[in-house]
Design a binder for this molecule. Structure first.
Ligand SMILES: *Cc1c(COP(=O)(O)O)cnc(C)c1O
Length: 372
């Protein structure tokens, strides 16, 4: 037998799979680490989803609708009520989570000899999509307050000529949203060389944005190379169903069809997402509560003398801690699991229910006193 087994690609050897540390509910009853919506579907919504899945089950001997026509129509209607105007079904594409959508974008538009660009701190999965598609990963940096220096960002795009620019807005892990000028400027820059690049604005947290923060969906008509991705995992409280989607020029959606696996969206997934979309007002009904809780968390953390990034998302990045791991561990010991992520010294807490946030505040007060 060869000494290297399994005969893995060189660049994958010794790499740990991505994933936040998972603890059981007994170890940490308050779980505020992966930006889930703490409010599950109501019994009525759950029953409707179960009924829809039951109906789909009768014909599971058949492959699902490869083009998920009905789901595309429903997602289109939703997007036109959620910041978009004039979006048509041929501008919408969906897959198993927006993670799969973005991997498909890299498969279609990245690849050997091509560059994917983002600005750190940014979503930790992006470099993995780049690696998995043999796309060169190039990362610029955000300013001290996590905003984007527009001139520097534009210069970097013009110099590196990326095929794909990845911009989470609101950003994970900082929570900060990009101004429309930034999106417009980078779309124009990425359209100014041959063959040009696409600009992906990842709005996984789009529904949580504060009043006055626009969605990049509004700009689709103005920029052919703009792609806006969304997910049902966060505001829609449907992380377990795995449904992400995008809106873009029809030619971009068409290109993805070349790389997608056959029948990638199962009949069960399509039925689940369709039923969930019928309950959209209810599933999204807690978003306002979570935004209020988020804003209160920002205020409280600042009152504790901590630095806090402005947040348009359902989580808050705060710091700085001389030993953030000790603070994280101290919170775990109090039964509160948050996320050790972002620049050194910072921690990220997802917004939970009012009770969970009270437990977080109490635990952090305790840990800070103990470590003082
Ligand atoms: C959570 C998250 C997603 C969504 O992932 P899904 O695969 O749709 O669950 C996408 N982008 C960012 C930045 C996220 O934080």
């Amino acid at each position: 037998m060869s000494r290297t087994f399994p005969p893995l690609r060189e660049e994958l050897r010794g790499i740990e799979p991505y994933g936040a540390p998972q603890l059981s509910l007994e170890q940490a009853p308050v779980q505020l680490n992966v930006n889930e919506n703490p409010y599950g579907p109501s019994p009525e919504a759950a029953a409707d989803i179960a009924r829809a899945v039951g109906e789909a089950a009768v014909s599971l001997n058949r492959y699902p609708d490869r083009e998920f026509v009905e789901l595309r129509d429903a997602l289109t209607a939703y997007l036109n009520t959620s910041g978009g105007t004039g979006i048509t079904p041929d501008m919408v594409w969906a897959a198993n989570g927006s993670n799969e959508v973005m991997l498909q974008l890299l498969q279609a538009f990245g690849g050997p000899g091509r560059v994917a660009l983002s600005f750190a701190p940014t979503y930790s999965m992006y470099p993995e999509y780049a690696r998995d598609t043999s796309t060169q990963w190039v990362v610029g940096h955000r300013a001290e307050d996590f905003s984007l220096d527009l001139d520097a960002a534009r210069a970097m795009v013009l110099e590196r000529k990326p095929s794909v620019v990845l911009l989470p807005s609101p950003n994970n892990p900082t929570g900060t949203a990009l101004p429309p000028e930034a999106v417009a400027m980078l779309c124009e820059a990425a359209a100014s060389y041959e063959p040009g690049g696409i600009v992906v604005v990842d709005e996984a947290y789009g529904e949580f944005r504060r009043a006055g923060t626009p969605s990049a969906l509004e700009m689709l008509g103005a920029h052919r190379n703009l792609v806006v991705t969304r997910t049902m995992s966060k505001a829609f409280a449907l992380a377990g169903a795995r449904l992400g989607y995008l809106a873009a020029d029809p030619a971009i959606c068409d290109a993805i069809r070349v790389v997608r696996l056959p029948y990638h969206l199962s009949a069960v997934t399509q039925a689940t997402a369709l039923a969930a979309l019928r309950h959209a007002p209810e599933l999204l009904g807690r978003v306002d509560d979570l935004r209020v809780e988020r804003d209160a968390t920002v205020v409280w953390l600042r009152e504790q003398g901590l630095e806090v990034a402005d947040s348009d998302a359902n989580f808050v990045l705060f710091g700085r801690f001389a030993d953030r791991h000790a603070t994280w561990q101290g919170l775990v010991d109090q039964g509160v699991l948050i996320r050790e992520t972002g620049p050194d010294g910072w921690l990220r807490v997802s917004i939970g229910t009012a009770e969970e946030m009270a437990a977080f505040r109490q635990a952090l007060t305790h840990v800070t006193k103990e470590q003082a």
